[in-house]
Design a protein around this ligand. Structure first.
Ligand SMILES: [Zn+2]
Length: 833
């Protein structure tokens, strides 16, 4: 099976010069991210500003046919409802044309939101040309059969759709259907074909409208048919609705007001993933590079590959490191890989003070490995103190240059003396530092065994290079450099990026986190004296010194684990099955109802998901109710109109008696909803029981309130959506995708490898072994290098050929080819065939 894998790395950085919507001359902006017309995520709200800083990152796995990514900026307003401040969009083509190894960082101008652009869904049409036997006249006919999954244009979560068809300057309309996104018409509209018409110029425009009694009707989408479509007999097809071309008038009106700008960073990665067997030679090559690091062959192969990947690439180093980590995890060679890249870093370092300080393949690989394996550990350790700091909202400042301005900003009646303010700050900071560090040092047993083994190995490798007594601390610093400087400290600095908090803390709390991160960092450096420019830290030295000695005990305990052995492979596997992928409270709705009016009861339940099961319980004492992941048929959003509640999802699953049941749940916001839907979708990606259609409504009274079908077992009216899912550190491993990403990065250096091969051949040809001047060894070395380079080149070229074969035989894979009719993609998985 060949598939496309499209990933977008997105950073929503900031906006500036937004419109002011509140009395104070400010707004409370947040940004909603949509792919085509589906809301995928929103940033947190930043209060009272026209220049918000968000700095939020998202990994989005995109559907293969996506067209547009949009950023909607709103002003949060509890009283009158949220106002839209502006919208900016980028097309997929734009992202392709502006690809860049560092990602495309750009300011986008915000435009006035255009409701016309919010369209979705498909229409089933039947059309053709028929001739009346009686009169001999010909007609173009269009039967508007039904629509599905159309946009909701009214506040009720529904629309009141009708359709107009325009042909030969004549427009005819169907009747109006009330309150539905799944209208059915079965109405035929006919247009007389004038005798002198040139068939080639024939054009039929089908437009869907939402009837509004008090304002003008809303545009819901359009379909263009031309003579190609209409003159091939009677055709019946589902068509995706499209936007209409924006008028100049609209563009002029929209540009009149300056709505500000938003800065985003985009990196789009699209790979065509071949069948597993195509990657076998590459898998073997990558395994060879780490399996026996002591043999010169493995070592040299590794160096060749790591150098290429580090230096010549089209994506960020972190993304390559992530693919390598996930690839080697799937091959059960993660220890060998991390060892190889760590040893490479150590070999390249002469000055111990710079060890693991730069961004290399080695440091990035360990960073990503920690994120894949140890996020639940991080949350367990840091979430309680982070929550407390956010809730307490204390104003603290220790920097003497800033103390006065912070102090005088406060209300004059409560203004304290500088001395007492600093003392209170110091007290609070010491208290927080103790809570954080005490939590860390007491957490050894919760740290994943595999991570502890990797850290232990780093320590051993560093000691091998610097065994002398003067370097006694270096192995400690190496380990704490990873776990403190690259894991705990950045998480304290930006809790939201590490999922430790949903909200952006206010500016007071941000400052507290910054101060704490610096303290954690200097504790992690294990040298109390070196504070650099941060003189204000001086009063904290006794505490820092005390904590350093506790941290050393923690580090000793952390690396006190057995050697690498067969057991570690089991540990990696066990880790992956029992790891909780997502957990939290959702409101579960009990809804099996035959009666029309029945209050909807939402009960708060604790849910968690592993790779094997989805569990929930009402109270801690209750037993878990379990749904095996293999029995989940689909997880989808529920229409707002279905129960009149927002942020609802549904999990459709098989029960023990093979019938189907649905769990309805409500999340607190769209991010939580997308996170749950993404996590469940990813774990059941390969389920055999997956279904192709579902109902976005509920069965209410005697019918489904989406499509009004009258049997509760009626097949779904909407195709299940295998669209965008959020990427996550704990995504299931997919070795073919990662092998493909690694391959395409190696292929990027193909010319370089060819040149190496050529140069080596020349060297060998020039070395005449009979001449005494050329040492035998150097000739052998050149021969060995040549075979290595040729091996890499062979594997790369073989894969390039497979790609060519597969892409040529399946034109659909080319990203420029787009099919107007969606009927073919509805039944199969998006992007798979
Ligand atoms: Zn339905």
């Amino acid at each position: 099976m060949v598939s496309t894998h499209t990933t977008l790395y997105l950073r929503v950085s900031e906006a500036k010069e937004l419109l002011a919507k509140d009395f104070n001359g400010k707004s409370d902006p947040y940004c909603v991210i949509k792919v085509d017309n589906v809301v995928i995520a929103r940033t947190a709200t930043v209060y009272k500003t026209l220049d918000p800083l968000w700095g939020e990152e998202f990994i989005l796995h995109m559907p293969s046919g996506f067209q547009m990514l949009s950023f909607y900026i709103y002003d949060a307003d509890k009283v009158s409802g949220d106002d839209i401040l502006g919208v900016a969009s980028v097309t997929r083509d734009y992202m392709y044309e502006n690809k860049n190894p560092k990602g495309l960082e750009t300011w986008l101008s915000l435009q006035k939101a255009n409701k016309d652009l919010e369209i979705q869904g498909e229409m089933l049409l039947e059309y053709g040309i028929r001739t009346s036997e009686a009169t001999g006249q010909s007609f173009v006919f269009v039967t508007v059969m039904e629509g599905r999954d159309l946009a909701a244009k009214d506040k009720t979560g529904y629309s009141d759709p009708y359709v107009t068809v325009t042909c030969f300057d004549e427009t005819k309309a169907t009747s109006k259907q009330k309150k539905t996104r799944f209208p059915e018409w079965n109405e035929t509209l006919e247009f007389l074909l004038p005798e002198d018409t040139c068939i080639a110029d024939l054009s039929v425009i089908v437009t869907v409208w939402d009837k509004d009694n008090f304002s003008s009707d809303d545009f819901m989408g359009q379909i263009h048919l031309d003579s190609e479509d209409v003159t091939h007999g009677t055709i019946r097809n589902w068509h995706a609705v499209a936007r209409r071309p924006t008028s100049d008038r609209w563009a002029r009106r929209a540009s009149r007001v300056d709505r500000g700008k938003i800065r985003v960073k985009l990196q789009l990665l699209e790979e065509i993933v071949l069948p597993s067997s195509c990657y076998r030679p590459l898998n073997e090559l990558l395994a060879d590079a780490v399996k026996m690091p002591t043999t010169p062959h493995s070592r040299d192969l590794g160096h060749l590959l790591w150098d290429m990947l580090e230096q010549d690439r089209t994506i960020e180093l972190g993304a390559i490191a992530m693919s390598l980590v996930r690839f080697y995890l799937s091959q059960e060679l993660i220890f060998e890989f991390l060892d190889a890249v760590i040893v490479r870093d150590i070999e390249k370092t002469d000055d111990v003070n710079t060890l693991f300080r730069g961004n290399t393949l080695g440091t990035k690989a360990v960073d990503n490995f920690m994120k894949v394996l140890a996020m639940p550990y991080l949350q367990r350790v840091l979430k309680p103190p982070v929550d407390r700091i956010i809730n307490e909202k204390k104003t603290v400042e220790l920097d003497p240059f800033k103390v006065n301005s912070v102090r005088t900003r406060r209300h004059s009646l409560h203004r304290e003396s500088e001395e007492s303010f600093v003392n209170h700050s110091l007290e609070a900071i010491e208290d927080y530092t103790c809570e954080i560090v005490n939590g860390i040092v007491a957490s050894v047993t919760f740290c994943p065994q595999v991570l502890r083994r990797v850290l232990r190995n780093i320590q051993i490798r560093v000691r091998e290079k610097w065994p002398e007594e003067v370097f006694e601390d270096v192995p400690y610093i190496a380990v704490s450099g990873f776990i403190f400087l690259r894991f705990f400290a950045p998480a304290v600095m930006s809790p939201k990026l590490f999922s430790l908090s949903d909200q952006h803390p206010n500016h007071k709390v941000i400052r507290t986190f910054t101060l704490l991160a610096k303290i954690i960092q200097s504790i992690g450096n294990l040298t109390p004296g070196c504070l650099g420019k941060e003189v204000w830290m001086e009063p904290l030295i006794p505490l820092i010194t005390q904590k350093i000695s506790e941290v050393k005990v923690y580090l000793d305990a952390l690396v006190d684990v057995g050697d690498f052995s067969a057991a570690h492979r089991y540990l990696v596997r066990q880790q992956s099955n029992e790891t909780i992928l997502i957990q939290g409270y959702l409101h579960k709705c009990h809804y099996h109802c035959k009666r029309l009016f029945r209050p909807i009861v939402l009960k708060k339940c604790y849910f968690y998901l592993t790779r094997v099961m989805l569990c929930y319980r009402k109270t801690p004492e209750d037993e878990d109710t379990m749904v095996m992941v293999e029995n989940i048929c689909a997880v989808e959003k529920l229409d707002y109109g279905a129960l009149g509640k927002s942020n609802m999802g549904q999990i459709i699953h098989k029960t023990s008696d093979e019938s189907t049941a649905i769990i309805y749940f409500q999340a607190k916001d769209v991010n939580e909803l997308t996170a749950w839907i993404s996590a469940i979708r990813k774990t059941c990606k390969y389920n055999v029981c997956r279904i192709e259609t579902f109902h976005p409504g509920v069965f209410k009274g005697d019918k489904w309130n989406c499509c009004r079908r009258e049997q509760d077992i009626a097949p779904g009216c909407s195709p299940t959506y295998h669209g965008v899912v959020l990427g996550d550190w704990q995504d299931p491993l997919d070795p073919d995708v990662d092998a493909q990403i690694i391959y395409s990065q190696i292929a990027h250096s193909k010319d370089k490898i060819r040149k190496m091969q050529h140069d080596l051949r020349m060297t060998i040809a020039g070395n005449d072994p009979t001449r005494a001047a050329v040492p035998r060894d150097s000739n052998d070395a050149a021969m060995a290098s040549l075979s290595l380079v040729s091996g890499v080149l062979d594997v790369t070229e073989q894969l390039a050929m497979s790609h060519q074969t597969f892409v040529e035989s399946s034109p659909r894979l080319s990203h420029t080819s787009r099919s107007r009719s969606v009927s073919s993609s509805v039944s199969g998985e998006d992007g798979l065939f």
